[in-house]
Design a protein around this ligand. Structure first.
Ligand SMILES: *Cc1c(COP(=O)(O)O)cnc(C)c1O
Length: 387
């Protein structure tokens, strides 16, 4: 396992201090929420670096500086949701370009690509990126971007970021990684060669299920220039208040992730030993087929676990009875959320696509929160007893 604190200053220190200095005017230790659309100018062309808040805002700047530091990128730009961030990334492409995408990424991603972006002459194809050779074979002369997610939802299949980055760079293609599931605390794709990292900040970065947001972290001057230009031109920016919520969330990211991970491991082990549970998908279990890769590219295994109950009836029998866990979509908050992918997050893709990905009607997914783990174990135990 890599030590996530092997950098100077460490991750938790940067999470609390980078981009967030005491306010020079008042000494306030928190970055103020700058609720101002415009900024007074002294004379023509003379201002303090801010003119209009679609273009830039001090609260947003603080968050963007912070997130660039945590992912080890050179720039970060935040948008009103994860989907808005992905759309901003796609504006780098032109008609005739091709994008290669993992076949099991967040459902909203192929919906955006296939149902909207293809209208503009950009082509998409999908492969199983758990084998980097599939990526090599599917790259075309027109390919400009490879977009992957690791681990995938809900089957927790990993993709080897370093191997895929190498394939991409041999072909002059950029690699984007949706790092929402791991957060930069447990996985930093740029260290393995990724060019762009994307997050739905709605999940672990915010961490409290009280705001939506998205971010693109770049590594080249063109990323910084392009994503800032998209913010200015299309306006899908994150509001100052929501920027502040993410800044507040990120300050506790390190301690939250440590707890998510320790409870996640306990619950995965408990489920793996339960007689009613037929299979557990969690990269931190030695029986996970990519356990070695997980240890190599992640420094923790996180909070997301899926398990097989055997049937829709079994899944519903337990889901009806959870008390501490909340039945609902989304993930990454302090509260434990439990969901049924076949009828919730993956309903729209259809039975055939679900079967191909291994998403059965009996599959249940948990995003383990940071409640007392003994209460979570007791809750799951009484709910599973209903099967
Ligand atoms: C939620 C999510 C998204 C979309 O983000 P929104 O903030 O809901 O727009 C993208 N990717 C992953 C992995 C997600 O979990």
């Amino acid at each position: 396992m890599k030590d996530s604190n092997s950098h100077r200053p460490g991750f938790a220190t940067r999470a609390i201090h980078d981009g967030q200095h005491p306010d020079p005017l008042t000494g306030a230790v928190n970055v103020p929420i700058y609720l101002s659309s415009t900024y007074a100018q002294e004379e023509i062309g003379k201002h303090k670096g801010y003119e209009y808040s679609r273009v830039s805002n001090p609260t947003r700047d603080a968050l963007e500086t912070n997130l660039a530091s945590l992912e080890g990128g050179t720039s970060a730009h935040v948008f009103s949701s994860g989907m808005a961030a992905i759309m901003a990334m796609i504006t780098m492409l032109r008609s005739g370009d091709h994008v290669l995408c993992g076949e099991n990424v967040y459902g909203g991603t192929p919906r955006l690509f296939n149902q909207i972006v293809t209208r503009y002459g950009i082509e998409f194809s999908y492969v199983d990126t758990s084998d980097p050779e599939n990526v090599r074979r599917a790259i075309r002369p027109a390919t400009k971007l490879v977009h992957i997610e690791t681990p995938t939802n809900p089957i927790m299949t990993l993709s080897d970021i370093r191997a895929i980055a190498n394939v991409c760079h041999e072909h002059g293609v950029e690699l984007a990684v949706d790092n929402t599931f791991m957060s930069p605390y447990f996985q930093r794709p740029i260290e393995f060669g990724a060019d762009i990292v994307m997050h739905s900040t709605t999940k672990f970065l915010n961490g409290h299920s009280d705001g939506l947001g998205g971010v693109l972290i770049g590594t080249r001057p063109e990323h910084k220039e392009n994503f800032a230009f998209v913010q200015k031109c299309t306006g899908g920016i994150l509001s100052p208040f929501e920027c502040w919520l993410v800044l507040r969330g990120v300050k506790t990211l390190a301690v939250r992730m440590r707890q998510h991970d320790s409870s996640g491991r306990r619950i995965a082990e408990y489920l793996a030993g339960h007689s009613k549970v037929k299979k557990v998908y969690y990269p931190g279990l030695p029986l996970h087929p990519q356990y070695e890769l997980a240890k190599r590219q992640m420094c923790g295994f996180g909070a997301l676990i899926s398990f097989e109950t055997g049937s829709l009836e079994n899944a519903n029998a337990m889901l009806r009875h959870v008390k501490v866990c909340t039945l609902g979509e989304s993930l990454g908050g302090v509260e434990t959320l439990i969901s049924h992918p076949a009828t919730m997050t993956h309903a729209a893709i259809g039975a055939e696509a679900r079967a191909k990905l291994g998403i059965t009607d009996g599959l249940v997914r948990i995003s383990v929160g940071i409640e007392d783990v003994d209460d979570l174990l007791a809750d799951l135990d009484q709910a599973l007893a209903q099967i």
